[in-house]
Design a protein around this ligand. Structure first.
Ligand SMILES: *[C@@H]1O[C@H](CO)[C@@H](O)[C@H](O)[C@H]1NC(C)=O
Ligand SMILES: *[C@@H]1O[C@H](CO)[C@@H](O)[C@H](O)[C@H]1NC(C)=O
Ligand SMILES: *[C@@H]1O[C@H](CO)[C@@H](O)[C@H](O)[C@H]1NC(C)=O
Length: 314
């Protein structure tokens, strides 16, 4: 029985793999960028090559239930293009690492990669940033991801495991973002983050573009099944002291509130209280871990949980 399963999975694995390599410099010409998802290859590379303005990155975070430990690792292909930073400031292929340790220490590392080797299989993707010691592997059905750190330069090693089908001692999150121009060309400020409370997982992105127009994106799942996924009404607003909106650089709130009108499914209300900041670039960007209480307005019960989230432009 076991052998049979192993044999089948091996066959499908061999059949479906596709490998792409990307150099540690921009290639001239027009990139082909896939803006519409296809039926498979959910996490696969969406840009055939990176010129100086096209970019894609893969983001992973985990936070422990007691909020005392977290790790955020971002793998950027064309970091200068993605961030719109002047050339020479960031390595082209770049890994940003932020660790919050139970000792209270916070570690921030910026690591450069050489060639990037991406292997896509089914909906999953594995990546190696050659020469950096950082890589990840993703299951073809997106059920698990493992990020491996073998960073001899910074004397850091270990693995971070994200599973979407079993319970574990914290929450993890993974996504990928891509485009053909720097996000700073379009976006003024934003609130982004994810929380887990009771049976719910929620991911939000509430941004003001450079003309001051607000755009809201939200994803809500209950027991792993999507409840609502819309670009509709879902304001994310700062709360407590310094809760100016639009955000004013230097004024940091003590929490956030999200009111998501899901139509016939009710109004999901989520209150978030910052526990501590885990990354801070004063006047520009803050990332926090915090506690959350949420539920459907007017209905019992409410649930508590934890989250990891950020404010850009404040
Ligand atoms: C990179 O490719 C994109 C998509 O084809 C194109 O819009 C953009 O102008 C290109 N950038 C450069 C610097 O050639
Ligand atoms: C990645 O590095 C290994 C050795 O560390 C090397 O054999 C391989 O050719 C490299 N791949 C690319 C695409 O640079
Ligand atoms: C969120 O906070 C508001 C304002 O304090 C409160 O009225 C509401 O009941 C809270 N919602 C939840 C789910 O705790």
């Amino acid at each position: 029985m076991l052998a049979l399963f192993a044999g089948i999975s091996l066959l499908s694995r061999v059949a479906a793999q596709s490998v792409t390599t990307y150099p540690p410099y921009a290639v001239s010409g027009d990139s082909t960028v896939q803006f519409t998802l296809e039926s498979n290859g959910f996490d696969a590379p969406k840009v055939n090559f990176y010129n100086s303005t096209s970019a894609q990155w893969w983001y992973f975070d985990v936070v422990s239930n007691d909020l005392s430990q977290s790790a955020v690792i971002s793998f950027l292909d064309n970091a200068p293009g993605a961030t719109g930073s002047p050339s020479g400031v960031l390595p082209f292929n770049f890994i940003e690492v932020n660790l919050q340790l139970s000792s209270g220490q916070q570690i921030s590392l910026q690591v450069s990669g050489q060639w990037v080797i991406l292997t896509s299989e089914g909906d999953g993707l594995s990546g190696v940033f050659n020469g950096s010691g950082y890589s990840w592997t993703g299951a073809s059905d997106l059920s698990s991801y493992t990020v491996t750190l073998d960073d001899t330069a910074n004397e850091l090693s270990g693995t971070i495991q994200l599973n979407s089908q079993i319970s574990y001692t914290g929450v993890g999150y993974h996504d990928t973002n891509w485009g053909d121009q720097a996000f700073s060309d379009d976006i003024g400020s934003w609130y982004w983050g994810h929380v887990r409370f009771g049976p719910y997982s929620m991911v939000w992105f509430d941004l003001l573009d450079n003309t001051g127009v607000e755009h809201q994106l939200v994803y809500l799942a209950e027991n792993g099944a999507v409840v609502a996924n819309s670009c509709g009404s879902m304001p994310v607003r700062p709360t407590g002291l310094n809760s100016a909106y639009p955000p004013i650089p230097g004024l940091l709130p003590t929490g956030f509130t999200i009111v998501y009108d899901m139509g016939s499914a009710g109004i999901m209300e989520v209150n978030i209280t910052n526990s501590q900041s885990i990354v801070s670039y004063p006047l520009l960007y803050t990332r926090w871990v915090g506690t959350v209480v949420g539920g459907i307005r007017g209905q019992a019960p409410t649930y508590s949980g934890i989250g990891l989230y950020e404010e850009m432009g404040g």
